[in-house]
Design a protein around this ligand. Structure first.
Ligand code: ADP
Ligand code: MG
Length: 556
């Protein structure tokens, strides 16, 4: 094919793809415009995961009637005008790309009025072109309605997840902006149901309470640090309050919501030694920096920034978080040191300390018959078999056994269900609620009965029998996080089985009787894939007879 310049329509669709990745990106751009317009109230309404309808209404400055059409031109913006402005950005938008990009991939209507215009303007755009134009009134502000998103971009439509999953992305996104702007009143209506609303009273703790629940709001510490470079403020969780993933870490730089591995590391480093492995804090952290210290022009979606002095920002966050944690009298270490406390042998044996252990990679084959010899550090079962010594991680091994059993029961529709005499109530975040709705059917198949009780409060009436002894609220929260995770490629039934197995398996540190050890080994021998836990980590270390002989210098 000869080289040729692409038609403008095609160029605009390609460019739009960078800004509008999924329905949540549209919501993000519209909210940012409302905030830039100084709105104190922003109402978001979404139907059908955003494919059906997205509507964002604000009471901001509005667009003058003479400029409304111009707002949909590529690179048309009222926020910067020269190169110097680009180095000193104070607004969330500045690229002049969002409205034209949205209009290129959806049908858009806008109704807007400023305080100085006597009448507002209404525009209807299809395929980027204005197909309707009228003078219409509304109170000062702007309402933008987006319909048929990606209708003519089947490639993109194919990549979208279910409406409920898209809803949950949107709920997460809107809640982040509510956290960043506690003085703005937000409401989010998902499929005509109020997902959440904030009061706009300026109190961050109130917003946290609306989004993560009262209990979380009460377990948060104030963060306040006036560093020389960066001012850090916000709320961070007490070490006793944690989550099993990083979805609850929110960072805002000059009030822009960003994803930043740097700030995540700085925060987690400050919690070092205070949280158990695999646990993460909840945090809402605002960083204010002189605008010339941050480059926000890194990506069309503006979700990343570059710091001029990365090290200093890192140190500033770490210091602020450490400071807040040290000021609390309840800060205490929760890490359980896993030292070797005892060797429990069935018959006395000797082993030399400090010997290097060579780990043989294990093929996925069934286990030979093993004999339990004892327990090490209340965490590992020591066993011997025809092929030498086996050190079995009791939690990982039990997880494997339960995982296979749960999946088998599910596929045979024989899940054991336990009704709760006393239903347990729990409050879900908007994002968790979205995932719960998306996965309701499959969760029911696994034995969960969870009913809406009112405004994101749910009553848990029944759970899979394996969970009865577990912390049910924590298990459900982790389960929903696991279903929401983009990193986990497994199908939903496997993720559910993983979470259930993880929460009901024997813990590390739990003493086992000889009978229990024998039973665990017997069940592991029957497993299809005894060598790895459901997350893919090894369940055991095997020291072959050959290795033992070599280590003891018995080979001549
Ligand atoms: P950018 O935000 O980068 O300037 P957009 O394409 O998002 O580009 O918007 C173009 C322009 O339209 C903005 O610069 C602003 O002047 C105007 N605009 C968009 N949305 C609103 C709104 N909700 N209220 C007031 N003005 C708006
Ligand atoms: Mg914008």
């Amino acid at each position: 094919m000869p080289i040729k310049v692409l038609a403008p329509e095609l160029v605009s669709k390609i460019a739009a793809g960078e800004v509008v990745e999924r329905p949540a990106s549209v919501v993000k751009e519209l909210i940012e415009n409302s905030l830039d317009a100084g709105a104190s109230q922003i109402n978001v309404e979404v139907q059908g995961g955003g494919i059906g309808l997205i509507r964002v209404a604000d009471n901001g400055a509005g667009i003058p009637a003479s400029e409304a059409g111009l707002a949909f031109h590529r690179y048309a913006t009222s926020k910067i005008s020269n190169l110097a402005d680009l180095g000193n950005i104070r607004s969330l938008g500045f690229r002049g790309e969002a409205l034209p990009s949205i209009a290129a991939v959806a049908e858009v209507e806008i109704l807007t009025q400023t305080s100085s215009d006597t009448i507002g303007s209404y525009l209807h755009l299809r395929n980027g072109d204005i197909v309707g134009k009228e003078s219409r009134s509304r109170p000062q502000g702007t309402t933008i309605t987006v319909r048929r998103l990606f209708r003519y971009l089947p490639a993109r439509l194919k990549f979208l997840k279910s409406a409920n999953t898209e809803n949950s992305h949107i709920a997460h996104l809107v809640s982040q902006y509510a956290l960043a702007f506690p003085e703005v009143r937000f409401s989010l209506l998902l499929d005509k149901h109020l997902s959440f609303s904030t009061t706009g009273n300026g109190d961050l703790r109130d917003v946290v309470s609306q989004i993560y629940g009262v209990e979380v709001a009460q377990g948060m510490l104030n963060l306040e640090e006036k560093g020389t470079l960066a001012k850090v403020s916000g709320l961070i969780s007490l070490p006793s309050l944690s989550r099993s993933n990083r979805n609850y870490l929110s960072f805002f730089v000059n009030r822009r919501w960003i994803r930043s591995p740097l700030l995540t590391r700085a925060t987690e480093q400050a919690y070092h030694g205070l949280l158990m492995d695999g646990k993460h804090p909840i945090a809402v952290i605002n960083v204010s920096l002189p605008s010339e210290e941050v480059d926000v022009n890194v990506h069309p979606a503006k979700a990343q920034v570059k710091f001029r002095q990365e090290q200093a920002v890192f140190a500033g966050i770490e210091k602020a978080v450490k400071g807040a944690l040290s000021r609390t009298p309840v800060a205490s270490t929760r890490t359980v040191p896993l030292t070797i406390t005892s060797w429990q042998w069935e018959s006395p044996r000797m082993i030399r300390d400090n010997e290097p252990i060579f780990i043989t990679p294990l093929p996925t084959i069934r286990l030979p018959v093993l004999r339990a010899l004892g327990q090490l550090a209340n965490t590992y079962v020591i066993a011997e078999g025809p092929e030498g010594l086996y050190l079995i991680d009791q939690h990982a091994a039990h997880e494997r056994v339960l995982y296979e059993r749960i999946l088998a029961q599910w596929s045979q529709k024989q899940v054991e269900v336990q009704g709760l005499l006393q239903p347990i109530s729990c409050e879900l975040s908007p994002r968790e609620e979205g995932i719960l709705k998306a996965s309701k059917e499959i969760l029911t198949q696994f034995g969960f009965a969870i009913d809406l009780f009112g405004n994101r409060s749910y009553l848990i009436r029944a759970v899979p029998a394996v969970l009865v002894k577990a912390n049910i609220i924590e298990a459900i929260s982790m389960l929903l996080d696991n279903l929401a995770s983009r990193e986990n490629p497994s199908p939903w039934e496997e993720r559910i089985a993983q979470s259930l197995a993880c929460h009901s398996a024997i813990r590390a540190g739990q003493q086992l009787s000889n009978d229990e050890m024998r039973e665990l080994i017997k069940q592991l021998e029957e497993a299809q894939q005894p060598r790895t836990c459901p997350h893919g980590r090894p369940t055991m270390i095997h020291l072959s007879s050959h290795q033992l002989e070599r280590e003891f210098g018995r080979m001549g």
